[in-house]
Design a protein around this ligand. Structure first.
Ligand code: C5P
Length: 399
């Protein structure tokens, strides 16, 4: 089912519902908006009709529509999200009142329900509101905690609607989670590492981190616990995911090892620097003092070490090659004891690196291979996680 019902109530943050709709549409999901009567005092239903492409529902038993629309719609959706949710709708749902479309609809819905509250801090923290939230949580309703910050009433405090990105990320996890990823820890590394010469100069690799961030998002949506170990990149941290920021290859190694025992899967998509400076300086080295040749040492090969320490974890490596990509990647897969190798041909300019698109070969130790033709990094990460899910299910590992 590709339809989501979005309940919109009368909070001043109602305008953020527009971003929520847009983010769902980018995921090829149809959004059916349901407004409370009072929400229409802030925004006309036609606004959401135009944005969503679906006629906004406000009234129960609309003469022009199916007489029991709340029942027919309930069977069509994969999630009911209420964002923003006022103290009033939360109280109504907690007590089972059904006096308008949204509250009646809630009682008819069998799919997951997610509520994103937005209200003044005193109202949110009031024991009555907290008791209502607890009651709904006990009934299986999920909540997106409001954030702290500047509130419409002019005060600072908690009660501000969570960001649309976070609300959508949590929604996607509710509708896309798969049993195979439940209680599994997936560690993803992303971006480049930087090896410092002094506080100003460093050695690094070309990498935007986009592929790794998409892989982490995809793993989170499928229900895994995700730790994203990220080198320095320009990307915002993905909502809901624990991010460990690192700089050097040694930092990355230590961060990965910290989680390795507990991990079911490690996806090393980071472009780890192969070299570091033999000698570094805490102070900026003066130009006149810079030697004409600088000695380099190898950085630790994290994957190779993980391969040696492996006890049931699935190891996924990435290879960026400019010539004979598949042959070289096969050799690395064997040496590092990997279970899956993702191969990029980085001699091409239309894919990889800073691009939003990629085209990769997947190679397995048994000689099987699969081409994922040029598509967005989001779609590539979807395919990779589908393959990883099948491998975890079948426990086909290179142990
Ligand atoms: O040998 P090469 O660097 O091409 O191997 C690429 C794979 O190994 C990537 O998955 C990368 O994250 C990982 N790697 C590593 N430690 C290094 C260098 C690369 O884990 N020092």
């Amino acid at each position: 089912m590709n339809k989501i019902a979005l309940g919109v109530t009368s909070s001043i943050s109602i305008f953020k519902a527009a971003d929520i709709i847009r983010l769902f549409q980018k995921e090829d999901l149809t959004v059916q908006v349901i407004m409370t009567d009072r929400a229409t005092n802030f925004i006309q239903p036609e606004f959401f009709t135009a944005l969503s492409g679906q006629p906004t529902i406000v009234k129960l038993f609309d003469q022009k529509k199916h007489p029991i629309e709340h029942i027919t719609l309930a069977a069509e959706i994969s999630l009911l999200l209420i964002a923003p949710a006022t103290a009033n709708i939360i109280a109504k749902l907690a007590s089972g009142l059904a006096d308008d479309f949204l509250s009646t609809f809630y009682l008819a819905v069998k799919s997951p329900v997610l509520i994103a509250p937005a209200m003044n801090e005193a109202m949110f923290l009031h024991p009555q509101t907290q008791a209502n939230i607890k009651k709904l949580r006990d009934l299986g309703v999920a909540f997106v905690e409001p954030e702290s910050g500047y509130l419409a009433c002019g005060q600072q405090g908690s009660g501000r609607l969570a960001s649309p990105e976070k609300i959508v990320q949590i929604s996607l996890r509710l509708i896309r989670q798969q049993p195979v990823f439940k209680d599994k820890l997936i560690v993803v590394t992303a971006g480049p590492t930087r090896e410092a010469l002094d506080p100003i100069r460093f050695l690094s690799n070309r990498s935007s981190g986009k592929m790794g961030y998409e892989l982490a998002r995809e793993a989170y949506e499928r229900g895994a616990e995700v730790v994203l170990i990220s080198g320095p990149v320009e990307l915002p941290p993905p909502a809901g995911i624990k991010v460990e920021k690192v700089i050097s290859a040694e930092d990355m190694r230590q961060a990965v090892l910290k989680y390795y025992d507990r991990a079911s899967v490690v996806i090393m998509s980071a472009a780890v620097s192969d070299f570091k400076f033999s000698q570094t300086s805490q102070e900026k080295i003066k130009k006149e003092d810079l030697p004409s040749a600088i000695k380099l040492d190898r950085t630790p090969d994290i994957l190779e070490e993980l391969g040696r320490l492996k006890r049931g974890q699935l190891l996924v490596g990435f290879a960026a090659e400019t010539s004979e990509p598949k042959v070289r990647a096969q050799e690395k897969m064997k040496r590092k004891k990997l279970d899956l190798m993702v191969v990029n041909d980085v001699s091409r300019h239309d894919i990889g690196f800073e691009s939003d698109d990629n085209e990769v070969y997947l190679l397995w130790p048994d000689g099987r291979e699969r081409l994922i033709g040029k598509t967005s990094k989001k779609k590539v990460s979807r395919e990779i996680l589908t393959e990883i899910g099948a491998m975890v299910n079948g426990r086909k590992g290179n142990n």
